[in-house]
Design a protein around this ligand. Structure first.
Ligand code: VGL
Ligand code: ZN
Length: 213
């Protein structure tokens, strides 16, 4: 594995209570990613944690669409990304939106919040689901001389996936630490599908055991 750590950033995606067991959009074993992230963090000069950060009544919540249920398909957005409705989750300032207590947030030097616009969801840490509204993360990383992004967190087949694909599109070298992620796998098969798409796009899928920590 060929990583120049001096120009690399670790991106810990959405390691938040609502995506972990007991949370509103619980991912099986989601909190198990936290200790792996904690172990990798010291390798990287740039450490970014993201938070899904929705206003109440957010467009991605099934509860905002009469007659719809969580995990139903949504009207696709401009580029087809906003494809799923979710239980209410990661409401701004709620306990569910807080970082999971197993994640040590102290070593992170940046926090990027996304999905905070009422009518626009954001899976990717780089662009909201219209595919054009930037979160500012690309500018931040470029400004810091980062050319390599190492991704971990939740969910493998949503926020990690879209972040990895956007990072490739933006020209970064991209690694996903598979054992530091967990999938939602909604609809069933989505994890395998998104894994194949990442491999096609030149995303390196690696294991935490390959890192020198
Ligand atoms: C996510 C579904 C809805 C994620 C965020 O972080 O992967 N998934 N909002
Ligand atoms: Zn969300």
């Amino acid at each position: 594995m060929d990583i120049d750590y001096r120009s690399s950033a670790l991106l810990a995606v959405d390691v938040q209570n609502d995506f972990c067991p007991g949370g509103a959009l619980a991912i099986a074993d989601g909190d198990a990613v936290a200790p792996v992230v904690n172990r990798l963090v010291p390798l990287f000069p740039v450490r970014v944690a993201t938070q899904d950060w929705h206003p109440a009544g957010h467009v991605s919540f099934a509860s905002a669409h009469p007659g719809k249920a969580p995990y139903d398909a949504a009207e696709p957005g401009a580029d087809g990304r906003a494809a799923t409705l979710w239980p209410d989750h990661c409401v701004q300032d709620s306990q569910g939106a807080a970082f999971h207590p197993r994640l040590d947030e102290r070593p992170f030097n940046f926090v990027v919040r996304k999905g905070f616009r009422q009518d626009l969801d954001s899976y990717s840490a780089f662009f909201e689901n219209d595919g054009i509204t930037p979160t500012g993360l690309d500018g931040l990383l470029r400004g810091l001389g980062v050319d390599t992004v190492v991704l971990a967190g939740l969910a493998f087949d949503y926020c990690v996936y879209f972040s990895a694909m956007d990072a490739r599109r933006l020209g970064y070298k991209v690694f996903v630490v598979v054992d530091a992620t967990r999938p939602v796998d909604a609809p069933p098969g989505n994890a395998a599908h998104t894994e194949a798409r990442m491999l096609q796009a030149g995303v390196h899928l690696v294991q935490s055991s390959e890192f020198p920590v």
